[in-house]
Design a protein around this ligand. Sequence first.
Ligand code: ADP
Length: 468
Amino acid sequence: MKFSCKILLCSLITTAAAFGIGGYFFVNDVFKASLEREIGQATDDSSILRFAFETAALNIPSKYDILQNSVIEEIGANLENSGQGSGRLLRLSDENREVLYASEGFVEDTALLSDLGEQIRVWQIIHPDRHYYIRTGIVVHALDRVLYLETMKDVTEVYAERARGFAVYRGLTIFILLFSSVVMYIFSRWLTKPIRLLTQATKKMTAGDYSYRAEQISGDEMGQLTMDFNHMAGVVEENIHKLENEIRAREDFIAAFSHELKTPLTAVIGYADMLRSRKLDEEKHFLAANYIYTEGKRLEAMSLRLLEIIVAKRYPHEPQDTDVEELFAWLKGLFEERTDMEILFDWEPGRILSDGSMLKSVLLNLTDNACKASEPGSTVTVRGEKREDGYYFAVRDHGVGIPAEECQKITEAFYMVDKSRSRSHNGAGLGLALCVEILRLHGSTLEIESTPGVGSCFGFLIPGGESR
Ligand code: ADP
């Protein structure tokens, strides 16, 4: 069953119960009060009649020692006539419960008389022939006789009033139920609208539309739920995009890796085949062997780089107190022999928290790339400076530079701006990918500034103050 139908049903049951029970008690209370009033009047009436009877009996001439049955009958008739129009009936019985006088229509049974003793007054409700009566009984003492006076008062109207009250309440309850079912249907649809909107959003998202958001139409708990849902949908969408990007990057990586493997392997297989199938002169023999050697070296370098990237990605590094002096001295030693270009080292003394050997790999890659991008005779500067938030390294060259749209891509594995130029330098497009991974471990990023034809500057900040 739909939630809106449940709300509708619950409210209808509550309304029906409230009106039904409330109406029953209300009508019944009114009825009880009316009946009690009628009973009070009937018993009072009975007392008045007894008094009237006894007074009438006193006025009987004294020649009668004892009250005659005919006189009783006469008094009874007089009493009845005096109350004509009030709908009251009466009956007089003697000591032996023998009826002496009875109004026309008075019920014949004498059950009440058996309950009536001396000085006792009784009443009961009787229900003969679809009519309701209050019957009272009272003992009358007159001229040495004990008589019983009974009255009957028609209270059918009081019962009819109760039945009418119930009927009115029944009708009212049905009308209110019909009316409230229309109103509650509209309310329940309005109250459950946010749920329907959320359901629609989940369906859309399940169907792959991750950018779909549920419309927020209220500021209450449902509105908050919609807001939270939309926030969750945003996070899910972001994660899905991230995963998609990751999958795409992996596929690109595998494609690029296969391609990078294929090129040297084709050369190696071709030259090896040449060597084994023909007898070559000494020079061609050397050339073939040299191709195999250099391509083999390229493959070796590539696999080592990949291994380094995997190590940097997977295994936690342990930062140690490192003297930048030692880093620069090591780097300087590596490039000392180069005479084709000027490599300047300029650094401020300082200490950093880092994995020294990993950082050396970054500096070596950046300096090597700068040299590869520069023409002979050009200048490459490797700088180190202390900053408030850490130690900053920068490698600047005046080489070919990188087009702006390529700057983001060159840190992807196997990406090379100029493939033939990179391959001629034994590059496979893995150096910067490794640098980025190492810097990520140090909480740092690679900053690239470059202008084609002017030169490039690769910089990074190792965060933290002096380590000691
Ligand atoms: P490779 O091993 O091919 O050098 P890298 O990941 O280190 O791989 O570099 C990726 C590409 O970025 C290089 O192929 C080159 O085209 C470009 N690149 C890197 N450094 C520089 C630089 N200083 N100047 C111009 N281009 C550069």
